[in-house]
Design a protein around this ligand. Structure first.
Ligand code: SF4
Length: 283
């Protein structure tokens, strides 16, 4: 059996449809991923996206019986089985850090999104995993205006969960270039405020070097302006997480992309801190 390491993010390593393990270097343990998008469909096409055969679309209909069976089976394997031994997981990483709804596409596009959030919360609580580990939704936030997504965020909040909301650019041209979305900054900000009002929310922002342009002053200034707007609106963002690309993009633009240096990210993080936000840099 292959060794599960911090670089091995192979989602089918345990052969399940919805549930996959990731040993997270940053979290220092096991992150249990739940993939609502086994069809590799997203409503965005970020140029740094690592999903092979990414296509535009929504999550397919969920097989709830299978999701429940897989999650119960996998949690039993980790909690009382020999999962860690079989995959030769380092002893200091043998702890569940989170259950993260984070798949091969946009999870909130699932039709019965709230039902799925509830089911995962119920099973993880029954197994004694919640409330001791984090419950995270990783989303581009573009569908938070939909009532079904808001219902899901309320349930996530009831389980002590948090939303990681993606904002990679605060300019229209940046969002079009990096995320290939036509959704405006204004609409994204509105969704972010909604998310914060319903559930603990962190901003996750991927900055990268596209075509040797680096992190431009225009992008930085617009992002800082957005944060000022957030602050002035009294919106309580929990944290801002800055990161850059770490693994190869599977998109046609891949050869034009480079990671930003830790120095550039740290310097930008310091500017953000001056606005009074809690910021982390994850390389
Ligand atoms: S939002 Fe996520 S899944 Fe969708 S294209 Fe961007 S990186 Fe890929």
């Amino acid at each position: 059996m292959s060794k599960l390491t911090t670089t091995n993010h192979c989602s089918d390593v345990v052969g399940l449809k919805y549930v996959y393990p990731v040993i997270s270097r940053r979290m220092g343990g096991l992150s249990i991923g739940i993939n609502f998008n086994p069809n590799n469909a997203c409503n965005w096409r970020c140029i740094y996206c690592q999903i092979e055969n990414l296509k535009i679309g929504a999550a397919p209909v969920m097989d709830f019986t299978l999701l429940e069976d897989e999650l119960r089976f996998f949690l039993d394997d980790v909690l009382t089985g020999d999962f860690y031994e079989r995959f030769h997981v380092d002893v200091d990483k043998r702890v569940i850090k989170d259950i993260a709804i984070a798949g091969n596409g946009e999870p909130t596009s699932l039709k019965e999104f709230a039902r799925a959030v509830e089911l995962i919360g119920k099973v993880a609580t029954e197994k004694g995993v919640f409330p001791y580990c984090h419950y995270v939704l990783i989303t581009n936030g573009s569908l938070v205006h939909l009532p079904k997504v808001q219902d899901g965020l309320k349930i996530l909040s009831a389980y002590g969960g948090e939303v990681w909301f993606k904002v990679d650019s605060a300019t229209e041209e940046g969002r079009s270039l990096i995320n290939n979305t036509a959704q405006s900054c204004k609409a994204s900000l509105k969704n972010l405020m909604l998310s914060v009002s319903l559930c603990q929310t962190k901003l996750q922002s991927c900055f990268l070097d596209y075509d040797n342009r680096g992190l431009t002053d225009r992008e930085k200034d617009s992002y800082l302006d957005l944060l000022r707007d957030i602050k002035n609106a009294g919106c309580k963002l929990q944290q801002i997480m800055l990161y850059t690309i770490a693994r190869p993009s599977q998109q046609p633009e891949a050869r034009l992309l480079k990671p930003l240096s830790v120095e550039i990210l740290n310097a930008f993080a310091n500017e953000i801190k001056l606005l009074g936000f809690d910021v982390s840099v994850n390389i």
